[in-house]
Design a protein around this ligand. Structure first.
Ligand code: SF4
Length: 261
């Protein structure tokens, strides 16, 4: 059964059909981000992953990447200073970041934990040819080997939790599936630009039976897809890079001709 967004592409039956053979196995791997994009507009994934039209950075995404790097370096101890004025929340989150740094010294914290699976859900290397699913958890801490907490840094104005909770839920399932000793996980987004106390969602290992099959279906739709139909609407197209001419890439027209305007 298709989701809400993927159903609406039926309004565009005349969209050019891609060459089927070009799609078979052409999107071999998926992440939470590409799954989310696919559910809004499969054609956007086609343009990015099949046509390799790379995404250009924006000031907001560049800033987010820099903040992530800075925090990672601080937790790892490769830098000792953070200019908290860069964060719109000032020093609000400094205590937990300091705690990550201390836990890292005690081998109880892993910054940027990268987890990669094959389609058969065997662990594999991040860049391996057989990698099907990738997820990078910004911070993972362990109270005990059985009890973990996972965190995702979020920058910018959007502090709405629904999509972020869905991402963290997938990461929690991936951590359970990759680390059999872990029995409970608490997950929280850290909103770097907001003075918002972390809200934790708790998961138990038994939740894998409940949540993972649904994620597996949603993820597989991306890599099984052979018909990446456009789904133009105000919501999907609003932030899509493919609706505008990207002169930096040498484009003379937008990659997508179906954009909602
Ligand atoms: S501009 Fe709209 S229709 Fe075109 S790829 Fe992006 S989201 Fe899809």
């Amino acid at each position: 059964m298709s989701g809400f967004f993927t159903d609406t592409h039926k309004d565009y039956p005349d969209a050019p059909k891609p060459e089927v053979e070009k799609f078979s196995g052409i999107v071999p791997s998926v992440s939470f981000s590409s799954m989310s994009t696919f559910e809004q507009c499969p054609y956007a994934v086609y343009l990015s992953k099949v046509c390799s039209i790379r995404g250009l950075g924006s000031p907001a995404t560049d800033r987010g990447s820099k903040l992530h790097e800075l925090l990672e370096e601080y937790v790892l101890g490769t830098t000792d200073e953070i200019n908290w004025k860069q964060f719109k929340s000032g020093k609000f989150h400094a205590p937990i970041i300091d705690q990550f740094r201390e836990l890292y010294q005690q081998d109880k914290c892993v910054p940027e934990l990268k987890i990669a699976f094959t389609k058969e859900m065997q662990l594999t290397k991040w860049d391996a040819d057989d990698c099907w699913l990738r997820g990078a958890i910004d911070v993972t801490t362990y109270d005990t080997p059985q009890t973990a907490k996972i965190y995702d840094y979020k920058s910018g104005n959007n502090a709405s939790a629904a999509k972020h909770r869905a991402q963290l839920m997938l990461y929690a399932m991936m951590l359970f599936l990759s680390q059999p000793e872990v029995q409970t996980i608490e997950a929280a987004a850290i909103y770097l630009d907001h003075k918002i106390t972390n809200f934790y969602t708790s998961y138990r290992r038994s939740d894998v039976n409940l949540y993972w099959p649904r994620y597996q279906q949603r993820l597989a739709r991306v890599t099984d897809c052979r018909d990446f139909q456009p789904n133009p609407n105000a919501f999907s197209c609003r932030w899509c890079q493919h609706k505008t001419i990207q002169e930096e890439l040498g484009q003379v027209e937008p990659a997508c001709k179906f954009a909602y305007v």
